[in-house]
Structure formats: C-alpha cells, structure tokens
Design a protein around this ligand. Structure first.
Ligand SMILES: [Zn+2]
Length: 333
C-alpha cells in the first residue's frame, strides 16, 4: 500500500500515539554512573573536575552520600574509580590491590550503605608511576621505546580484581585491554570462591581521543608513550568482534564497547553477534562536548537524551555515563 492509503504520519499524530509506538526507551535502570573517589580528600570534601563541568572527585564519605542521593532518584548501578595519593604509586601498582585502598574502601561502604549494584573498574594506570595499564620495559622496537608487557601484567590485574571482590564488588570490570585478562581474573576469582562475581569486560576499547577529560579527572595519563599498542585502532570494526569473541570464550558476563557515540556501528555489530548483556561507555569526551555546547546555548538538554537514546537504539542494554546525575536529579526521565 502506498499514499494516500498509507500515511506514516498517523502514527505520529499526538504524544499518546507516539508514546505507545516508541521502539526504544531510555530508562533509569539503563544508567551506570562512573564515580571518582580521591584518597586525599577528607570528610565531605569534593573537588570540581575542570574538564567535566558539573562533575566532581569525591572523598569516601562525600561520594557515598552522593551515591545515596542518586539511588533515591532511581540509580541502580555505579562503577567505581579510585585516585590514590600520588606518592603511593609505583612501577607495579601496589596500592591498586591493597585491602585498605581507596577503591576497596569505597566498595565496602557502598555495599554497606546502599543497595546499588557495585561495579569496580580494574586497571593499573591510575596506580602505576608510569601511568600505563600494564607493566613496562624498555624496548627499542616499539613506537616510543616502551613495551607494555602482557603476560607479566595478568597476575597483577587478577590480584586487583580479587581485592575488589573481597571488598564486596558485584562486578569487576577490567579496562586494561591485555590479552587473556578475563581468563586470568575468572580463574583467580573462582579459586578464591568468588564464582558469583561477574566480569564486565571492556571488550572493544578504542585508543580514543574522547578519553581526554577523564584522564584529567582521574589523573591517569601515561607519562611517556600512548596506549595504541593495547587499545584498539579507531579504524577497526571487524576486529571488535574478535575481541568480544575471545572475552566470551574466556568467561566474561558483560561485553562493552568504549567509546559509544563515535562507535555506534560497533555497538550494533556486537549486539547482532552476541547474546550477552552489552554495555556502551558514553565517555568523558562525549559528555564534555555536549555540556560545553549546552553551556554556550548552542544546544539544549534534549540533545543529552537523544544521544543516549541513540546508544540504546544501536543495541546497548546499559550505558555508563557522566550524565546519570544530570538526568536523574533533574528528573529528565
Ligand atoms: Zn588503564
């Protein structure tokens, strides 16, 4: 049938009709809030992150209080990042797996005082003196004279994940992009009785320019070199399927694509290929870009919901986003 028998506009006639035929919905349960706990901050201190307007680094107490506020507004899950004291960082990320580290403390307190699903980011870069996601050695055959060691980094990454599980994390989320890390973490968790702790793997994590504001937030820029030898090349989509496939084989419970908006094609490809819950990371640069335009009056906050909806429409089940507080506290959904 064609016009005039068929009229597409009938289904757009008014809000009631549009509401019942809407294919994709953004719900509060879809949002995962990335929160930054800074060891140096005391009591109820928090400090604004210049590159992420409206976002803060929190002390232990202030962060958990804020999480409670968000929970009251409908937040269901949170992903925890830690910023340790600069002087505690070393070559092998020792403070990363300390039972009294800032992340371990934050996990314990969140589990005790909220009902949120607590996810922990597992990586070494915020804890190593060199700022890379794995152990390093000098190697002249690399782009910048530094080799990021794969196999040697795995036991340390697994140790960090175990310390988060011991603190009570529901889900550990390795973001380092070392080969074999899901397997290493799964084995270590299972050996220690944590067979119900889930792994949310940063499966297809790209070496993206959109992470810059986060690196300011988490003080995690590498001091030399870049991350192109372990994170994916932004030009590659098929390779993302191989990355996800390996994570599935190694026993991950959630897949992830990071960033989200510049990689919606990858989100769709992964959705079509795998049946695991799929997370998209709406990264700091995506947030900063929109917030800057909204602050200048070039865009309105409708652009926030539209961009998050596009991530769901592409096939993501869950979205890690700095917009979670803005959306929940302003009751946009
Ligand atoms: Zn890292």
């Amino acid at each position: 049938m064609q016009f005039p028998t068929t009229r597409m506009r009938r289904l757009r006639k008014n809000a009631k009709i549009r509401d019942i035929v809407r294919e994709t919905k953004l719900q509060k349960e879809d949002l995962i809030y990335p929160i930054y706990f800074k060891e140096e901050l005391k009591d109820m201190e928090k400090e604004e992150i210049s590159s992420l307007p409206g976002e803060f680094r929190y002390s232990l107490d202030a962060g958990v209080e804020f999480a409670k506020q968000l929970e009251e507004k409908g937040l269901k899950s949170i992903i925890v990042f830690g910023i340790p004291k600069e002087e505690t960082k070393d070559e092998i990320a020792t403070p990363d797996y300390s039972a009294t580290g800032i992340v371990q403390k934050a996990i314990r307190k969140l589990k005790k005082e909220t009902n949120l699903v607590v996810i922990s980011d597992v990586c070494l870069c915020q804890y190593t003196s060199h700022g890379h996601c794995g152990m390093i050695v000098e190697n002249e055959d690399t782009d910048d004279g530094i080799e990021i060691l794969n196999d040697e980094s795995l036991p340390i990454i697994a140790k960090v994940a175990l310390s988060h599980a011991q603190a009570g994390a529901d889900i550990v989320a390795p973001s380092d992009m070392m080969d074999g890390r899901v397997n290493a973490i799964r084995e270590t968790l299972d050996e220690n009785g944590f067979y119900n702790v889930m792994i949310m793997s940063y499966s297809a994590k790209y070496a993206s320019a959109f992470y810059e504001p986060f690196r300011v937030a988490a003080c995690s820029s590498p001091h030399a070199g870049d991350r192109k030898s372990y994170q994916m090349d932004p030009a590659n989509a098929v390779e993302a399927i191989r990355e996800c496939e390996l994570d599935v084989i190694e026993g991950c419970d959630f897949l992830m694509v990071k960033p989200a908006l510049p990689y919606l094609d990858v989100v769709r490809m992964v959705r079509d290929e795998f049946m695991l819950p799929l997370v998209a990371y709406n990264v700091s640069g995506e947030y900063a870009m929109l917030m800057a335009a909204i602050e200048k009056g070039f865009l309105t906050e409708r652009a926030i919901l539209e961009s998050l909806l596009s991530i769901k429409r592409a096939g993501a089940d869950l979205i890690i986003t700095n917009f979670a507080p803005y959306i929940l506290l302003n009751e946009l959904i």
